[in-house]
Design a protein around this ligand. Sequence first.
Ligand code: AGP
Length: 368
Amino acid sequence: GEVSMNGYDHYMLKEIYEQPDALRNAMRGRLNDQDATAVFGGLNLTPQQLRSVERIILTGCGTSWHSALVGEYLIEELSRIPVNVEYASELRYRNPPIENNTLVFGITQSGETADTLAALNETKRKGHRALAICNVVGSSIAQASDGGVYLHAGPEIGVASTKAFTSQCCILAMLALYFGRMRHMSFETGGRIIEDLRRLPSAVEQALTCDAEVRKVAEKYESATNVLYLGRRYNFPTALEGALKLKEISYIHAEGYPAAEMKHGPIALVDKITPSIFIMPRGTTYDKVLANMEEVKARGGPVIAIASSDDTEIRKIADDVIMIPEVPEFLQPIVSVIPLQLLSYHIAVLRGCDVDKPRNLAKSVTVE
Ligand code: AGP
């Protein structure tokens, strides 16, 4: 390839380690301390149009759909604008009613995904604004959209998306700040969010130091045939993303679920050889997720916790614990996905899989 691997064994690993820098690039020039808000040059909308947005639809495929789910939590919590998340491949045919003053964002790393392009074109045909959150400059979706935000994450070569996911989440957090500050959010809250965002790259750097711990877990579970990923709120999309990463490059069947949904069915899958990975950094739902974990343990299932670094109690319950630095809940997916990316990477390597070019998959899916 044209992009060097820089001493890493695979592009995917290189891209995992590029995440602190990718986040810095996503934020560069976009945080404004003076007004405690974010700035975007390319939305191509007047302040009046932006203030009158009453609904946001986020659409995409695969990992980009997972970041859309994170975006739903972010924008609804921080800006109080109702958000719908749609699979791009369904948006067009489901034909949901779209009111005036609705903004549609297509989220895409490559900018070439046919389903996402079709969804945005259909949106425009119906007279709504279609914006893009995109990595590849000048790509088909970048050109087709009315405006948008570039990730500036640099080329992503590994078929399994890593730095694009965390960059997309970061852009969505900044958009949530931006829309929030146009509405009810105080200057003080905006300022605090900016501080939290600025601390994020070093938190991700710290999260990357879990690699040796993750590798041990990978060795223990490399021959699993099913893995469950469980998390709540902001960490529910992270659970979906962790499961997708494992499926894509290790060919191990995995399911992501909201932790509390477990008891409504998937708990029947629990047995001695099916590990459950709980993404449970400290936060609003910690106690409830802990109770879900105890239920799984009681049924003989191995449990792995992705937990806050000061959570020493969890070691008494979980079979394995991977520690991640503490960040506010709205930024947790960006930090908690790191060990999940590394876990799928190490398991794939141990199983002798082609990490950067998994079977049956292409980097961008240009057919509908
Ligand atoms: C992610 O690991 C996948 N390879 C895939 O789901 C991908 O996210 C999806 O095809 C969307 O791609 P895009 O972001 O380039 O539109």
